[in-house]
Design a protein around this ligand. Structure first.
Ligand code: UDP
Ligand code: MG
Length: 357
């Protein structure tokens, strides 16, 4: 084992690396090799938290294999596929580190950047996020839509979401503490990261193409993701209805005056069918559109009111490394209440049970 300084009266610093993985059997071995190599160069204890997000392939077995040879590996196995946002949340809830890194398993986020992140964290930043300068292996359309989305949400919401950032970043313990207080169902993480505040630092990097496997996000998923982003962080679309309504009413009022004057002066030859149709279809369309927008917000309120837990654990196998710390969900830490009282019991019940499929 490497020799690490122990701050007086405390334990050595711990770095938790959270890795959500959904059907990533093809990349994980290479990912683990590269990550472990990087962690060896950082003078902190480290734990690697793999979250198996209900994969249908052999991801779980691959992670279990890592555990046999690497005692810094923690396994969190969710009870089904909950999506990356929930998987990350499970990682944040259970990470014990003083600094916590979140990274994709597909090697699009270079693990080598973690060393720089730690340096900036030591310099006092609570959040060090990787900012893309180049995106390899992604279509023009994806780049364009991503570009438009970031710019639009920045103008529409008061939260400053930095452009061209993914989830890849380092958070301090207190930043994770803050993040764990936000338990909304529609988790637009980039927005949540920005919302909590604290000193933040951007770290430019090249985003590589996927090492293997395929992206799990198609355009429909991305569209819904964008909707979540908007509706979680701004009510501007609702206000558009108000202003459009007021403007239309004003125009209608002026037009009514014009019609009255014209009829008194020139009589009333029945005409104007086209203009009538235009007005009716325009108003009908606008009304339906804004009922739809209302529905988007209402539906999200409906989901929030159910107050369901964000995920359930099928298995939780903490790292067996020498670093023993109270695990947030198993202690009376802040996350325990959040995960739900019943769940820490569930964790113990299910920990170590074999995944039988
Ligand atoms: N991921 C996950 N659950 C999901 C979808 C994705 O945990 O339902 C993980 C995936 O394994 C990867 C990360 O989230 O580690 C990013 O996914 P992906 O590379 O497919 O997204 P993209 O880079 O295309 O945005
Ligand atoms: Mg990817």
């Amino acid at each position: 084992m490497e020799q690490l300084d122990t701050p007086a009266g405390g334990h050595p610093e711990l770095l938790s690396v959270i890795v959500p993985a959904y059907n990533e059997e093809a990349v994980l071995p290479e990912f683990h090799r590269r990550l472990a190599e990087v962690l060896r160069t950082i003078d902190m204890h480290a734990e690697i938290i793999y979250i198996n997000d209900g994969s249908q392939d052999a991801t779980l077995d691959v992670i279990r294999r890592f555990k046999q040879t690497d005692d810094s590996v923690t396994l969190i196995d969710l009870s089904r596929n909950f999506g990356k946002e929930a998987a990350m949340t499970a990682g944040f809830d259970l990470a014990a580190g003083d600094a916590i890194v979140i990274i994709d398993a597909d090697l699009q986020d270079p693990p080598e950047l973690i060393a720089d992140m730690v340096r900036h964290w030591r310099a006092g930043y609570d959040m060090v996020y990787a900012q893309r300068t180049v995106r390899e292996g992604e279509s023009r359309l994806k780049k364009l839509t991503a570009y438009l989305f970031y710019r639009l949400i920045r103008t529409a919401s008061r939260v400053h979401i930095p452009r061209d950032t993914g989830d890849f970043r380092l958070l301090s313990r207190r930043a994770v503490h803050a993040l764990n207080c936000l338990r909304e169902q529609h988790r637009f993480m980039k927005g949540l990261f920005a919302w909590i505040g604290f000193p933040q630092k951007a770290l430019p990097y090249r985003r590589d193409a996927r090492f293997a496997g395929e992206s799990k996000f198609n355009y429909w998923k991305l569209w819904n993701f964008a909707l979540d982003g908007f509706t979680s962080f701004t009510i501007a679309p609702l206000k558009v209805a108000t202003y459009l309504g007021v403007t239309t009413a004003l125009i209608a009022f002026l037009y009514a005056g014009y019609v009255v004057v014209r009829t008194t002066l020139y009589g009333n030859p029945v005409s104007g069918y086209p203009s009538l149709m235009v007005v009716i279809t325009f108003l009908g369309g606008a009304q339906l559109a804004f009922i739809g927008i209302l529905g988007e917000y209402l539906g999200r309120m409906f989901n929030e009111t159910k107050q369901r837990p964000l995920y359930f654990l099928n298995a939780y196998e903490p790292a067996s490394s020498a670093m023993r710390r109270d695990r947030p969900a198993l202690s009376a830490g802040p996350a325990a209440g959040i995960v739900g009282a019943g769940q820490s019991g569930r964790v113990e019940q299910t920990a170590g049970r074999q995944h039988d499929e």
